[in-house]
Design a protein around this ligand. Structure first.
Ligand SMILES: Nc1ncnc2c1ncn2[C@@H]1O[C@H](COP(=O)(O)OP(=O)(O)OP(=O)(O)O)[C@@H](O)[C@H]1O
Length: 227
């Protein structure tokens, strides 16, 4: 007779159940994806640009909803793509044709959405071109505040080691720039979206620093591969 299977190690409690704990796990998943997936960082910076355009040009309700929906959909797809990559890596450690197909299909889903969003974004700009031409000063102001803001967000999500004060300074400067931009925004919803993206970028910078410190202490490698 076969030996009975050894008892399985119980799944350790991760510090809470309930709605708040679920929200914390979901937030951790979002930030982990930003820290470890290059494409997610590209989507985040692109979403900042969409947020700045949306808060600089007065768009109709349907246009705003479409743009915000597209941004959220791309984030959703990239997070699912990342989850699927982890699942495949969990099941298959060597080269496997089916693993390749699964990962390529998930990546294709994100790519289709990203291209679709670029097309929709371009169509909205062309449709509102007369508004763009008549909003010279507003657009100049948006560029003057938006470009350094985007640079700060890019710096925050960049996977490079740097002193902690650089991250703090980038976050504070970006928050001030966004505050100035908010005083004359064409859409508080897009400004709120941009603020949310800044918070995510700041949280990603903090998580990256903590992970690097943890690895230094234990001498271990990261749980997830960095792309
Ligand atoms: N176990 C595997 N067997 C076969 N091919 C694989 C395997 N793992 C990855 N690949 C191939 O390498 C590609 C990149 O996989 P990887 O896990 O490195 O994701 P990634 O670099 O984060 O990609 P993405 O740009 O989709 O986020 C996959 O799309 C697939 O074609």
């Amino acid at each position: 007779m076969n030996d009975p299977a050894p008892p399985r190690t119980p799944f350790p409690s991760r510090g809470g159940v309930g709605l708040l704990a679920s929200f914390r796990y979901a937030w951790t998943g979002l930030i982990h994806t930003v820290v470890h997936q290059r494409n997610m960082r590209v989507h985040l910076v692109s979403a900042v640009l969409v947020g700045l355009v949306g808060s600089g040009i007065p768009l109709g309700l349907a246009e705003k909803v479409t743009l915000i929906f597209c941004v959220l959909l791309i984030f959703f797809a990239e997070i699912l793509n990342s989850a699927l990559e982890h699942l495949v890596d969990l099941a298959v450690q060597q080269f496997d044709e089916k693993a390749r197909l699964a990962k390529d299909a998930a990546a294709a889903g994100v790519m289709v959405l990203a291209f679709g969003t670029v097309v929709i974004f371009a169509a909205l700009l062309v449709h509102n071109w007369s508004v763009v031409l008549n909003s010279g000063p507003q657009i100049a102001r948006q560029v003057a505040l938006g470009l350094p803001f985007t640079a700060c967000v890019t710096l925050l999500v960049l996977p490079r080691s740097r002193p902690a004060w650089v991250d703090v300074a980038a976050f504070v400067v970006a928050a001030v720039l966004l505050g100035l931009q908010a005083t004359r925004t064409a859409s508080s919803v897009f400004t709120a979206l941009t603020a949310g993206l800044l918070v995510i970028a700041g949280a990603a910078a903090r998580t990256r620093r903590r992970e690097a410190l943890g690895q230094k202490k234990t001498g271990s490698s990261p749980v997830s591969h960095q792309t």
